[in-house]
Design a protein around this ligand. Structure first.
Ligand code: SF4
Length: 64
């Protein structure tokens, strides 16, 4: 599964990072850094929680 980020919707609050810090990281400027384009092995549940928990619906998962 691939992770898609809509930067136009992201507010950089980092809720996704709290669910999955290995994949999502808010940098010092408040910009979200995607540390993986593809969901790492064993991380699907927490990445899905991050996607669901994003208050601005900036994250999506797609096949691939
Ligand atoms: S939870 Fe959503 S809005 Fe917040 S940093 Fe992550 S992607 Fe951006």
């Amino acid at each position: 599964m691939k992770i898609l980020l809509d930067r136009g919707k992201c507010t950089g609050l980092g809720i996704c990072e709290s669910f999955s810090p290995e994949v999502f990281e808010v940098d010092d400027d408040g910009a979200l850094v995607l540390r993986a384009e593809v969901v790492p092995d064993g991380k699907l549940a927490e990445v899905q929680a991050a996607v669901t928990g994003c208050p601005t619906e900036a994250l999506r998962l797609i096949e691939g």
